[in-house]
Design a protein around this ligand. Structure first.
Ligand code: CDT
Length: 340
């Protein structure tokens, strides 16, 4: 291996609406311990890791909503005392972490955020751009899974900024620090963000997610058209399809980590935590639906195959034809020709 690195997807299983933050942190700390014991240098955790996936609920109690957000100093890391213990432990163990959480800024704006933190310092921060779902609940009936991210969060305002992780430079041969990018859940379905990272030479993409395994109202399908097992398999298929495709077309490793299990015993989330190589192959994946560390030894030099040949962007891209991508959000179909 030319630029070796041991990395992990830290999958997190069932978390209920009432699960105390301290109980979650102690599980995350156990995953950090395992990571350190196994010599992992970077562990990627899921989206909104510190709580259940609260955007599935229509919540009227403002105090409960506020409890799902970390209030941060402008340049700092998530800082409630319970959560701080997690970052302290990661620093003590020498493990870099990329982790998702609800962020509330000093002016009260709320984002769905992921931070790459090394030795208690934020090295890179990303705010989710593609917020799925609706502003209004599908239903206020708690048996229905809502997707209210548009209601609880503002769309991310940082764009897709790749960054170097100098803390990993020594571990991967000492020549160059890895180039890292972050996306969150639904973002992984959109080629646009991936390509912006690809154009910055990304070598490691970190993506946490909460993907519901049963939400026909969200997907627009007839609930009687498939069983729950078929729906789970379909959600997993699409997850792997976009992850493997976009890692391949941008010649990057991907570490992707699920919040999974059946929250509250009612709401199923898919697993599918994995590490994908720059040729699109899965090199390690989860075996359970619970807390689990998925570990792989990767060689960052493997990104060069795609970056210098099939996807050598500077040689092959034809930007003169891509204008519509930035000019237009929605579809405008060509006009029907008049019949002769
Ligand atoms: N959390 C999140 O972003 N979930 C979305 C649901 C979209 S359903 C097509 C996801 O992409 O998994």
């Amino acid at each position: 291996m030319v630029r070796p690195l041991r990395v992990a997807a830290a999958q997190v299983g069932r978390i209920d609406r009432g699960t105390p933050r301290a109980a979650v942190i102690s599980r995350l700390n156990a995953l950090l311990d395992q990571a350190a014991e196994r010599g992992v240098k970077l562990a990627v955790f899921p989206e909104t890791t510190f709580s259940t996936f609260f955007p599935r609920y229509w919540i009227e109690d403002q105090a409960e909503i506020a409890s799902y957000f970390e209030k941060e100093p402008v340049e700092g890391i998530a800082c409630c005392e319970t959560v701080k213990a997690f970052f302290d432990k990661a620093a003590t163990l020498g493990v870099d972490v990329a982790i998702g959480y609800g962020e509330e800024t000093p002016d009260g704006t709320r984002f769905n955020t992921a931070s790459y933190v090394s030795d208690r310092k934020t090295v890179g921060k990303y705010r989710k751009v593609h917020l799925p779902g609706t502003f209004e609940p599908f239903s206020k009936d708690p048996s229905v899974t809502n997707q209210l991210e548009k209601y609880y969060f503002k769309p991310g305002d940082y764009g897709f900024k790749a960054f170097r992780a100098p803390s990993l430079k020594k571990a991967c041969g000492g020549e160059k620090s890895p180039i890292v990018g972050q996306l969150i859940c639904n973002d992984r379905r959109w080629a646009e963000g991936w390509r912006v990272y690809g154009l910055q030479g990304v070598e490691i993409m970190c993506i946490g997610y909460n993907t519901t395994a049963w939400a026909p109202q969200l997907w627009g399908i007839d609930p009687d058209s498939m069983t729950r097992e078929e729906a789970y398999a379909d959600a997993m298929f699409h997850h792997k399809l976009v992850c493997q495709t976009n890692a391949y077309t941008n010649s990057t490793f991907l570490i992707t980590s699920a919040r999974c299990g059946k929250d509250d015993g009612i709401y199923p989330l898919i697993s599918g935590s994995m590490i994908v190589d720059p040729e699109g192959h899965i090199v390690a994946e989860n075996k359970t639906e619970e807390d689990e560390l998925v570990v792989a030894d990767i060689d960052l030099d493997a990104c060069q195959q795609g970056k210098t040949k099939t996807f050598a962007f500077a040689k092959h891209r034809r930007v003169e034809h891509y204008g519509l991508i930035c000019e237009r959000a929605g579809v405008v179909e060509p006009e029907e020709p008049e019949e002769a």
